[in-house]
Design a protein around this ligand. Structure first.
Ligand SMILES: Cc1ncc(C[n+]2csc(CCOP(=O)(O)OP(=O)(O)O)c2C)c(N)n1
Ligand SMILES: [Mg+2]
Length: 206
């Protein structure tokens, strides 16, 4: 084998193939990032969030397909919280409240699925009672998306335990006393996030 020398790995076939694949991937997702379709494409959500959130926002992720889209489509510029695939559902929103208390000068944003939020609903009372202005962005798809897809691909659409009767979460948040907005159209994303960032109130929306 010929030594590649310092930094020489960049010229290796592997590195070149990786760079090519990365460029092709970026091109393939561009249309989704600019999509104006309803329901909102997760990559459009990630693009708009990148634009509207402060660079140093603390973003807490989850373990489902929402997290996967975040990892594909959100360009991180600072350290984000969350451990990805093995994250215990229901912990994300609680972690976000803790992050906001620890670093009150930074925006704390929880990006999670509806199944995960259902496991943490009582903590909306905590946020309201102690006035913790963390933001939760809930992707409402009425399924445990990650497992639902596995059942679709590997078990021929034989779904067991992945279809969820999720209620109107924004209304529920309002009942707790939190401000909330239901986002249906992509163009609603950025104005709603700006309002949430400026409100100083615990926010919660789908
Ligand atoms: C307490 C707990 N139970 C089960 C899992 C396994 N699990 C990981 S993601 C997921 C589904 C997540 O659904 P949702 O929050 O709606 O996100 P989506 O995949 O739809 O984006 C499940 C059941 C887990 N991580 N934690
Ligand atoms: Mg879901």
């Amino acid at each position: 084998m010929t030594p590649l020398g310092p930094g020489g790995w960049r010229k290796s076939d592997y590195a070149r193939g990786f760079a090519r694949g990365s460029t092709e991937w970026e091109i393939s997702i561009t249309a989704h990032k600019n999509s104006s379709k309803i329901p909102i494409h997760p990559l459009r959500l990630m693009k708009d969030l990148r634009e509207v959130l402060p660079q140093d926002a603390l973003i807490v992720g989850q373990s489902g397909s929402t997290q996967a889209w975040f990892e594909y489509g959100f360009t991180a510029v600072t350290h984000n919280l969350g451990i990805g695939t093995w994250h215990p559902m229901g912990a994300e929103y609680c972690e976000t409240l803790g992050a906001k208390l620890a670093m009150p000068d930074r925006a704390a944003v929880c990006l999670l699925g509806d199944g995960s939020m259902m496991m943490a609903l009582p903590e909306l009372a905590t946020a309201v009672k102690y006035n913790i202005p963390a933001i939760a962005i809930v992707c409402h798809n009425d399924v445990f998306g990650k497992m639902h897809r596995t059942q679709m691909v590997n078990y021929g659409n034989r779904f067991i335990g992945t279809e969820l009767p999720i209620p109107h979460l924004a209304n529920i948040a309002r009942e707790f006393g939190a401000h909330s907005e239901r986002i249906i159209e992509p163009d609603q994303i950025m104005p709603a996030v700006r309002r949430a960032l400026n409100s100083g109130n615990p926010r919660y929306w789908r």
